[in-house]
Every structure is written in C-alpha cells, then in structure tokens.
Design a protein around this ligand. Structure first.
Ligand code: EPU
Length: 310
C-alpha cells in the first residue's frame, strides 16, 4: 500500500533555543521528520531559516518572521560509520560532539580536533567549524541537500569554496554530509580529544551562556605593534581576535546583561536577564574599541537573526 505522509506540522510562536539563552521566537517553525519534509518546508517559504544547534547564533529580541527549519529538533540525525573505509555519512541534524565520540571510539581520525565545539553536523559543515586543532572542511568529501527552489543538489568537496570559517553554502539547506576519516589507534585519538578539551576548558568559559568566539580571527592588513612598539603580528598573518579584544582592555566590559568574558576576550557572555540587544550592543562596542586601538576591523563570526519586513 502506498503511504502518503501527512502534511508537515507548523508550530507557531516557538522560542528559538540558542547557547546565548537570549532572544526572540520564531513566528513559525517546523521539525522535519525526513529529508522530504525539508523540501516541503522550502515550498512553504523559500526564505526559510535553518536552525542547527544554535551554538553560533544570536536571535534578536523580536524573533523572526520566516519559517524556521529546526534541524536539531528534527529526525535527521542518522549516522552511518564504515569503519573499514573511514567513510561517514551523517544527516545534517546529527550532533557533532556525539559523532566525534563515536568515531574516536571506532578508531577513525579527523574529527578529534573539533572536540568541544557544539554543533549539528550540517551547521558545522556550513560554517566550516574549527579552531587551532582542525576544521571540518579537511574531512568533508561531499554535501547534499536542497536548493531554495526545492530541487536536490550534491556538491563534491572540490565544488565547495571552503576557507577559514567559510563554505559558500549559506544559501543552501544541507540534509547530509559525507566525511572521509582515517583509521587510527583509538587510544591515541582519545588522548588527543582529551587534550583539546582540556585546552579549551582552561582557556574558555565553557559553562557560561555564550556562542563561543563572537568574531573571526582577523588577517592583519599591515604589521601591528603595541603603543610601546612590541610586535603583535605581521601583515597577512591571522591573529587571535580574543587577544586583540583583551589588549584593547575590553575584558569585563559590560552592557546591562552582556559581558566580555574575563577568561577569553572573544567570548561574550549573557547573564541571567540579558536581552539580545545587550549582546548586540556589546559586540558593536568591542569592535569599535578594537578599531580605535589597533585600526583592525573585526568581522562577526556569530550569525545574527533579525526580523525583516517583507
Ligand atoms: N589570548 C589572549 N587573551 C584572550 C584570548 C586569547 O591573550 O582573551 C591569546 C592566548 O593566550 C593565545 C592566543 O591569544 O596565546 C590564541 O588564543 P586561543 O588559543 O584561545 O585561540 P583563538 O585564536 O583566540 C581560536 C578559535 C576558537 C578555538 C581556539 C582553539 C577563532 C575566532 N577562534 O581562538 O574557536 O576554540 O582557537 O582552537 O577562530 C569559536 O570559533 O567559537 C572558537 C571558540
């Protein structure tokens, strides 16, 4: 018998969960039960927004009007791990930290450097999540999903213009990501993962409400030094935005409920009762101070969703 799936259920006025723990609701939201539901959602609203783990997202206090496709709350969490070849196929809503644990246990190398990064696999592939210990682009072999017209696409790694925290995939809706990992000793991988997590625990406020690093690490347009002439970095090098924010004296800077972490300058923390606009104002103020002190323009890494009228 041919079973026809019922129409996808649209929920209204749903709070959007983000790691900042602040911000408004979605006027409407869907939780896909399968990949075809993503296509249906796009046919309802071609401007739909995609919610991953909400780990690098700030939603303004007014929330958003466009349909939100909730990957984290969807059923798109399947993961296939082929131990012998190292090939992994993950659906876009699969949890990255959980996948990292599974592949480390299976003795597959390539994701252990991404320990401590909260994300869905789809979100990580679109943002090119990573840090000093690796980036997901290094193991992606293909991505699949839907274009906004609802037609299916597949892009091989060579067709994705990956660079630092960039994929060029933002306009597309991923439903699965294919990774190529390398067989290795699980014990070595476990130790490496522990090391990465320990480094982050010691240098980042992991327990606070934040979106991790707020700004991308900038590439210096010219040699940079402190007022007393000590070298900070050479022209063309990428340096830590957190270090610049720190050196510009921003640690502890507070606007109402939002504060620059004392532990890492690139982490903006939302305290109890904070509003999204507190965080937005603080981001602007931090960028202004860094521009004034060093003449360096910081670019946001955190994605900000704002209500736009159609
Ligand atoms: N530093 C300071 N003050 C600070 C922060 C950093 O002096 O407030 C110094 C550190 O002491 C260190 C250097 O700056 O000597 C680099 O710091 P860190 O190792 O923390 O690296 P980062 O460049 O600031 C990047 C990623 C992080 C990632 C870490 C570790 C970006 C924007 N940030 O930070 O990613 O966790 O490396 O791999 O690329 C994120 O993207 O959300 C994120 C947290």
């Amino acid at each position: 018998m041919h079973v026809v799936m019922k129409e996808i259920e649209v929920l209204h006025n749903v709070p959007i969960p983000t790691w900042f723990g602040v911000g408004g609701a979605a006027d409407s939201l869907v939780r896909p039960r399968n990949e075809d539901d993503v296509r249906r959602a796009l046919l309802m609203d071609a401007d739909a927004r995609v919610l991953g783990d909400g780990a690098n997202l700030l939603v303004d206090d007014d929330g958003v009007r466009e349909l939100v496709i909730d990957l984290k709350g969807s059923a798109l969490k399947g993961v296939e791990i082929e131990r012998s070849t190292g090939r992994v196929i993950a659906q876009a809503g699969a949890d990255l930290p959980r996948l990292i644990l599974e592949v480390v246990r299976a003795g597959l190398s390539g994701l252990e450097g991404l320990g401590g990064i909260p994300a869905t696999v789809g979100g990580a592939a679109v943002m090119n999540a990573g840090g000093a210990f690796g980036q997901i682009a290094d193991v992606v072999v293909a991505v699949e999903g839907y274009e906004r017209t609802g037609s299916r696409f597949r892009r091989e790694r060579g067709e994705v213009p990956y660079s630092y925290r960039h994929s060029g995939l933002h306009g597309l809706i991923l439903t699965r990501v294919e990774l190529q990992l390398t067989p290795a000793d699980p014990k070595v991988l476990r130790d490496r993962l522990k090391e990465v997590m320990a480094y982050k625990k010691s240098s980042q406020p992991m327990a606070d409400h934040s979106a991790g690093c707020c700004f991308k690490n900038p590439t210096l347009p010219r040699d940079l030094s402190t007022r007393d002439g000590a070298a900070i970095g050479k022209a063309g090098s990428r340096i830590s935005a957190g270090m610049l924010i720190d050196m510009a004296g921003c640690k502890g800077l507070r606007i109402r409920g939002a504060e620059v972490s004392f532990r890492h300058g690139n982490f903006l923390v939302a305290h109890e009762g904070a509003r999204a606009r507190d965080v937005i104002e603080l981001m602007d103020e931090v960028a202004r101070r860094v521009r004034e002190t060093f003449g360096v323009e910081l670019e946001r890494e955190v994605v900000v969703w704002r209500r736009v009228s159609r």
